[in-house]
Design a protein around this ligand. Sequence first.
Ligand SMILES: [Fe+2]
Ligand SMILES: [Fe+2]
Length: 173
Amino acid sequence: MLSDKLQQALNEQINAEYHSGYLYLAMCAYFESLNLDGCSNWMRIQAQEELLHGMRIFDYLTERGAHVVLQSVEGPPARWDSPQAAFKAALGHEQMMTRRVNDLADLAQTEKDHATNNLMQWFVNEQVEEEANVEDILRKLELVGEKGPGLFMIDRELKGRVFTPDPGATPGE
Ligand SMILES: [Fe+2]
Ligand SMILES: [Fe+2]
């Protein structure tokens, strides 16, 4: 059985993942308003992935017979100063999520809960990818500046991202 402390922390992490989904959905709408279809597509897929992250923890909790307590999800901002500013905020957000994941892995290890530690190691790896992807886009956006053909080239590139649900996301099924 999961400890109360771990149950609470994992419930909070579900909330944080849903908040991430909300944040990226808001960024999706922001990019829609700028007619940057590729950026909005990228953010839409990002939002879907975050909801799956939440579901991954949800399924884990129910599988372990733990108590799921869903809290209200904090609303994200509605606009940013520029595409660069939005991706910069996304990077800062992912860095914060990485700290949360690391703290959860620490807690699982302190409590010698190997199954939860295993789950958190998946998230540790995922965060490496998340940060690298956002950082890559941000650096490109910073290189090309706020307007001009470079921005549209990056936007076109981001239009190619497709949503591929992770088969491991629903271990309960
Ligand atoms: Fe996530
Ligand atoms: Fe993320």
